[in-house]
Ligand binder design. Structure first.
Ligand SMILES: [Zn+2]
Length: 140
């Protein structure tokens, strides 16, 4: 399941909707089966949170350059993490605990996804997990 934030270009509302996959979204869109909750318009698009949209909001060129610099840094950061840490996906909390409690030996650190609740619980148990900025790579 994948959640998209959808934007109606006709009445300008956005809302969240679940799809089985990104392919399913494309298929439904092609068949004109995705329409606006409110006005029924077919001019519904995925509302991308990604840089494309953010760029637009920078009126100042200096801010845009700063943003691009930071984005580059985050990309480098992600590359470093991908090379030096093992991706455990949604098992992050479980894997973090197994390292902490069972002293499970790993050559590398781990990274993955965790909910805010997971992070709080890990912290309460004395397991130090860092929240890191992550941008989706559009080329992926
Ligand atoms: Zn609408």
């Amino acid at each position: 399941m994948i959640k998209y934030n959808l934007l109606c270009k006709n009445c300008d509302i956005s809302y969240d909707s679940w799809f089985a996959s990104s392919k399913e979204f494309d298929k439904l869109k092609k068949k004109k089966l995705i329409n606006c909750h409110r006005c029924g318009s077919l001019k519904v698009e995925k509302n991308l949170m990604a840089p494309k949209l953010i760029n637009k909001s920078f009126n100042d060129k200096k801010d845009l350059l700063k943003f691009q610099k930071i984005k580059k840094k985050i990309n480098e950061y992600q590359k470093f993490i991908k090379n030096n840490f093992d991706y455990v996906g949604e098992n992050f909390a479980y894997e973090a605990r197994s390292i902490h409690y069972n002293e499970k030996k790993r050559d590398k650190g781990i990274y993955g996804t965790a909910s805010k609740k997971d992070l709080k619980e890990l912290k309460d148990e004395g397991i130090d997990a860092q929240l890191i900025p992550w941008v989706e790579n559009e080329n992926n």
